[in-house]
Ligand binder design. Structure first.
Ligand SMILES: Cc1cc2nc3c(=O)[nH]c(=O)nc-3n(C[C@H](O)[C@H](O)[C@H](O)COP(=O)(O)OP(=O)(O)OC[C@H]3O[C@@H](n4cnc5c(N)ncnc54)[C@H](O)[C@@H]3O)c2cc1C
Ligand SMILES: NC(=O)c1ccc[n+]([C@@H]2O[C@H](COP(=O)([O-])OP(=O)(O)OC[C@H]3O[C@@H](n4cnc5c(N)ncnc54)[C@H](OP(=O)(O)O)[C@@H]3O)[C@@H](O)[C@H]2O)c1
Ligand SMILES: Cc1cc2nc3c(=O)[nH]c(=O)nc-3n(C[C@H](O)[C@H](O)[C@H](O)COP(=O)(O)O)c2cc1C
Length: 675
């Protein structure tokens, strides 16, 4: 453990640099814009026009490393490079775990962000003895890459490079509830093979709807077995814990050098400067936070003030919210581990070649790290349990943790039951295993980062240019161990109420989506959005209402909305009624699933109206939108639309599928779904 008191030793971003950095950034943005608009040759493949329902576009600048990854590998004596395509950190975490394992096989690995690399260099990887490239790739939307893998994806689509001699393995991260399951992992694997590379292990496919952790550790074992076979090597080292970061305790840092929850730039919450994006969120004052439900559940209608922020949005965009963990849970964790939470620390990467110097903004206090940067409520992954075992004195507890941290069948089953099914967080684990007491700094290194939560914006900028509305259901559930778990973001948003004119703030940025109304206001639309799936359609309706007031010819708007009980969770009932009366909303179909003995869903009503659906999509060239539950509802709607095209459009199943695919690529069928 080291001590640093001199602020100049820390690598925080200083306010004073901003003026010339701003200029540099502006010039870079201009340069990139010119390059994209005029110089870049786009070789698009046949399906490149496919609709992207989930594209995440924070305006971040690309920071290609000065030295390529090949020279880095060579100069540091490494032979494995692991790339990740990650939006919410899982693929990145998996990549780091593979890298950590490499030492046990006498190999040395490096984790790299494809966005920061010239991926053409893959053609040169075979220059390094026993070299290997691993790709941990997550899929989003309609089989789309993550933001940081967009350019790599395009490069692969072009397929111009010759990759003979490159050895590779792919682990895809996906979720079976989505139509394009693991499409990115599958694409990368196939494309690399087509470009001449050698697959040394069958691709792994992680399913986040089931147990992606189990999929990963099962694949990881197979992967290392293949590596051993391919290179004729054996596992050399023991499973010893290797720390990635060094703890540094600061004793005399001035307050203005210590992060207090900022996402990237020190003091950015004190001096807010546009443009606002994922790395520079805007502290939006809450104007209104009101309850939409009447029963036992809670759903919040939140209005965020964006006046003077220069933030622009469109109906259908998402707002990303950076939440804070519950301070009571943070205190509880501090007590369990007997730590003074006000201690100011940095965790410094021991790997000097890594582009990531710290796991989260440092220096900060333990309290700040636990409140703002670290996920302390999700069930911890198996490698965390394995590491905690080393700090457990009771032999029975130690063996239990070791078993769950292993990839044996018994271990996987115990982990699934004891941690996942019982919804145990790290706090619950430390409560239930009284001798497991890891140092907090090691835990901070192991636990995943706290992620921003996304919400479909439920307003239109035409009606509300100065505010963004969101509609969020409070997550609260009983666990099998008798505890009550609370959703991080929604339980925190619940506390953000306006009190005596005091408006609390919420760090946000807007993420552009492709979920858009047709460009012509007269095009008819069908919107299917049960529960919070109604959110973006509230924005759509407002948008058309404003257009109508401007005397624009506005097309039919048909809404399918469903909730449990009319008297409890029929959100925005009065507003919808008014839009029907004013003629903006042509009609709505309502499915109150629990108001009668048998379930009635939006999908039942849609099935009853096949004639009308075909009239809109087949005769009038209209658009269909689906929002909300990805698990069942979106898939059911998709199948019903296929039936409509077959039955009312007189097409075969195959023709109907092609018809729907075409609708998707023309953005006439769009889904904005989550699970
Ligand atoms: C593109 C997009 C748009 C979205 N739009 C909206 C929206 O408009 N409105 C909205 O309310 N949400 C929306 N969401 C979901 C939202 O982003 C958050 O996931 C949600 O609010 C929960 O966040 P949280 O931090 O409160 O819960 P978390 O702390 O993240 O906890 C949620 C987790 O708890 C677990 N969980 C939840 N319920 C149970 C249960 N009954 N039993 C066991 N485990 C459970 C699940 O693992 C779940 O993932 C959207 C998501 C995406 C990706
Ligand atoms: N990741 C998260 O933490 C998170 C947060 C918010 C929402 N969500 C998910 O988002 C979805 C919407 O949540 P919500 O709370 O807004 O909705 P909700 O109130 O749970 O559901 C809205 C309505 O949809 C009905 N429904 C259930 N299954 C359906 C199906 N297959 N087809 C059509 N309708 C169906 C429900 O009926 P019954 O309930 O009576 O069956 C209810 O009437 C849910 O899937 C939820 O799990 C996830
Ligand atoms: C909005 C959203 C869209 C998604 N779309 C897909 C998809 O089309 N296909 C798929 O297989 N998985 C999809 N997923 C699942 C993610 O790929 C999966 O959760 C993965 O583990 C995320 O990895 P990351 O944390 O590294 O970003 C989606 C997840 C979300 C939240």
């Amino acid at each position: 453990m080291g001590t640093i008191d001199d602020p100049s030793d820390t690598e925080v971003l200083e306010e004073s640099f901003l003026s010339w950095i701003d200029v540099l950034i502006l010039l870079s943005v201009l340069g990139i814009a010119v390059y994209w608009l005029f110089l870049r040759k786009k070789k698009e493949s046949g399906d490149s026009n496919n609709i992207r329902t989930f594209s995440i576009e924070p305006a971040l600048l690309r920071a290609v490393s000065e030295t390529g990854f090949i020279s880095k590998l060579k100069s540091s004596g490494r032979n494995i490079v692991i790339f990740y395509g990650s939006q919410t950190g899982t693929a990145e975490e998996f990549a780091a775990r593979i890298a950590k394992d490499a030492g046990r096989y006498g190999m040395k690995a490096m984790v790299s962000d494809p966005e920061e690399c010239e991926m053409e260099e893959l053609t040169k990887l075979s220059e390094i003895d026993r070299s290997l490239a691993v790709f941990c790739m997550a899929t989003y939307g309609e089989g789309d890459p993550t933001d940081n893998a967009q350019e790599f994806y395009q490069w692969l689509q072009e397929g111009a490079a010759e990759l003979a001699g490159l050895r590779y393995a792919v682990f895809g991260l996906g979720n079976k509830t989505y139509e394009h399951y693991n499409a990115m992992g599958i694409f990368v694997d196939k494309k690399l093979e087509e470009m001449g590379a050698t697959r040394i292990c069958e691709p792994g496919m992680g399913d986040d709807d089931a147990n992606i952790e189990e999929d990963f550790i099962t694949w990881k074992d197979k992967f290392w077995a293949s590596v051993c076979e391919y290179f004729n090597i054996e596992k050399s080292g023991e499973d010893i814990s290797v720390r990635q970061y060094q703890l540094i305790v600061h004793t005399d840092l001035p307050e203005n050098k210590i992060f207090t929850g900022e996402v990237a730039r020190l003091n950015s919450f004190k001096t807010q400067k546009p443009p606002f994006d994922a790395k520079n969120p805007y502290l939006a004052p809450v104007k209104i936070n009101r309850e939409l439900y009447k029963g036992s559940r809670s759903c919040m209608h939140v209005e965020l003030n964006i006046a003077n922020s220069k933030i622009r949005y469109e109906s259908g965009d998402h707002v990303a919210v950076y939440p804070t963990n519950n301070p009571k849970l943070v205190e509880q964790l501090g007590k369990l581990l007997n730590v003074d939470l006000d201690t100011v620390i940095s965790l410094k990467n021991l790997d000097e070649d890594s582009s990531k110097k710290y796991p989260f903004p440092c220096p900060c206090s333990y309290r700040t790290a636990l409140l703002h940067y670290i996920d302390i409520t999700s069930p911890p992954r198996t490698h965390v349990l394995k590491e905690i075992a080393e700090y457990t004195t009771d032999e029975e507890e130690k063996q239990k943790l070791k078993l769950m941290g292993s990839s044996s069948e018994d271990g996987k089953n115990l982990y699934l039951e004891w941690v996942v099914h019982n919804c145990r967080s790290i706090i619950h684990i430390l409560e239930d295993l009284s001798t497991a007491r890891p140092p907090l700094d090691h835990l901070l290194e192991l636990l995943p980062k706290l992620q921003a939560r996304y919400y479909s914006i439920s307003s239109s900028p035409k009606m509300y240019p100065d505010s963004i509305h969101l509609t969020a259901v409070l997550i609260e559930y009983d666990t099998p161990t008798g505890r009550i778990n609370h959703g991080v973001a929604t339980s925190w948003l619940k506390t953000k109420t306006v009190d005596n004119g005091n408006c609390p703030t919420v760090p946000i940025y807007v993420r552009r989506s492709q979920f858009r109304l047709p460009s012509k206001p007269q095009t008819p639309v069908i919107m299917i959005g049960p529960g919070t799936g109604l959110a973006p359609f509230r924005g759509f309706i407002q948008e058309r209402h404003c257009q109508k007031k401007e005397d624009k010819p506005v097309g039919e708007m048909i809404l399918y909305f469903g909730c449990r009980k009319k008297s409890e969770d029929f959100m925005y009932e009065d507003e919808l009624q008014q839009y029907v009366e004013s003629g903006t909303l042509t009609k709505y179909y309502l499915a109150f699933s629990r108001d009668q003995p048998q379930k009635v869903y939006v999908t039942h009503l849609l099935r009853q109206n096949k004639e009308e659906v075909w009239d809109v999509i087949g005769e009038k060239n209209g658009h269909i939108y689906v929002c909300g539950d990805a698990r069942n509802m979106a898939r059911d709607v998709h199948n019903i639309i296929l039936e409509v095209i077959q039955e009312k459009g007189g097409k075969s199943r195959q023709e109907a599928e092609a018809y729907l695919k075409r609708m998707e690529s023309q953005r006439r069928y769009s889904a904005d779904v989550w699970s």
